[in-house]
Design a protein around this ligand. Structure first.
Ligand SMILES: NC(=O)c1ccc[n+]([C@@H]2O[C@H](COP(=O)([O-])OP(=O)(O)OC[C@H]3O[C@@H](n4cnc5c(N)ncnc54)[C@H](OP(=O)(O)O)[C@@H]3O)[C@@H](O)[C@H]2O)c1
Length: 230
């Protein structure tokens, strides 16, 4: 399959691109910085484009079997529209070229689940503060992005991970149309799930993914979020 990955030079995007290649697919990695892409592969095409530029992405999307978006924007107090505008452009490019399968990364933070199981107390205190303050403009736009995807008429899946962290290997993660378990998702697990979803056709749904092994402590995560914009 030919899988186009937006945000491919980001932390999850790189892992998803590697995963797609290792699974025998052709990966089209889309980034604004194609010269910085860190690896090559005979089945890898690195495409330079800003997702906000609709014309620039039309040719890139054409001929794909599936499109995956791991687009991300750092927290900022400024208005954010990259998720919604970028995804609207991706949807438009897919519609005009007859590509139907779309998998996008959202966030549990944009839709804190009532009755969420296993979330640490500190997260239940901290998450509403983040989502209403430094993360507000990002989460507002993630919700707009989800609306764009739901209204697209495509064969879509919205994936809501929790706090992202890194592990050296893929774990036995919990994923699907279930409440998130705990508060974290490893980027490796997320990348694995995105590629698995990309090759699965024919269902519209919103899913979560949780990593239950080797989670960071809540305070490691809070320190990270408090001292960087991500
Ligand atoms: N951090 C968390 O705890 C957390 C929790 C839940 C969900 N998420 C979501 O998970 C996703 C992946 O997170 P991550 O940390 O792996 O992402 P990341 O490392 O921040 O990468 C995001 C990528 O998006 C690309 N991008 C941004 N604006 C773009 C534009 N205008 N045109 C083209 N590409 C653009 C950037 O690529 P280039 O600069 O190469 O163009 C960047 O590498 C994001 O959607 C994030 O919101 C994060």
């Amino acid at each position: 399959m030919r899988i186009v990955i937006f945000g491919a030079n980001g932390q999850t995007g790189l892992l998803a691109t590697r995963r797609a290649l290792d699974a025998g697919h052709t990966a089209v990695a889309v980034t604004r910085r194609p010269g910085d892409f860190p690896f090559t592969d005979p089945a890898l095409i690195v495409a330079g484009a800003d997702v906000r530029d609709a014309d620039a992405i039309t040719d890139i999307v054409g001929g794909a079997d599936a499109v995956v978006s791991t687009l991300g924007v750092p927290f900022t107090r400024e208005p954010v529209d990259t998720y919604s505008k970028g995804t609207a452009n991706i949807v438009g490019a897919m519609q005009s070229s007859g590509v139907t399968r779309l998998v996008v990364v959202s966030s549990t933070g944009a839709h804190p689940a009532k009755g969420r199981t296993g979330a640490p107390f500190a997260l239940r205190v901290f998450e509403p503060v983040i989502t209403k303050t430094i993360g507000k403009t990002v989460y507002d736009d993630i919700r707009r992005m989800e609306s764009v995807v739901r209204g697209s008429g495509l064969d879509w899946t919205i994936v809501r991970p929790s706090g992202l962290f890194d592990l050296p290997q893929v774990t036995e993660y919990v994923a699907g149309e279930v409440d998130p378990v705990g508060a974290f998702t490893s980027r490796g697990d997320l990348a694995d799930y995105l590629v698995a979803l990309a090759i699965r056709q024919g269902r519209e749904d919103t899913v979560t993914i949780s990593t239950t092994a080797d989670n960071p402590t809540m305070w490691q995560m809070i320190r990270r979020e408090a001292f960087k914009s991500a």
